[in-house]
Design a protein around this ligand. Structure first.
Ligand code: SF4
Ligand code: SF4
Length: 93
């Protein structure tokens, strides 16, 4: 476990985007890198679940807080997490 939490400078959340998070639990090592470096506390290790290698994978606990910064995706050593951008239809002004 890391003792300090680094907080990257983030672009402000975009009103025209929403984000979904796909976790490939079978290849997740539960290393916690994404949990530690997510600046918005979106992720947590799922202590109630094991994958086939008897490792606890990460789970999403607060999708609504995700700003789509992709820190987790960039840092994951096993490419187990993916951020999916979705366009939000804008109403005509
Ligand atoms: S998704 Fe990647 S960075 Fe996050 S716990 Fe799993 S292996 Fe580690
Ligand atoms: S993209 Fe990843 S690191 Fe960034 S806020 Fe969302 S879950 Fe956290």
């Amino acid at each position: 476990m890391l003792n300090s939490k680094r907080t990257p400078m983030l672009a402000p959340p975009r009103a025209d985007k929403e984000y979904d998070i796909k976790v490939y639990t079978e290849i997740c090592d539960g290393c916690e890198l994404c949990v530690e470096f997510c600046p918005c506390d979106v992720l947590e290790i799922d202590m109630d679940t094991y994958n086939s290698r008897m490792l606890h994978p990460v789970k999403v606990i607060a999708l609504d807080k995700c700003t789509g910064c992709k820190q987790c995706e960039r840092l994951c050593p096993t490419v187990s997490i993916m951020i999916i951008e979705k366009e939000v239809p804008q109403e005509d002004k």
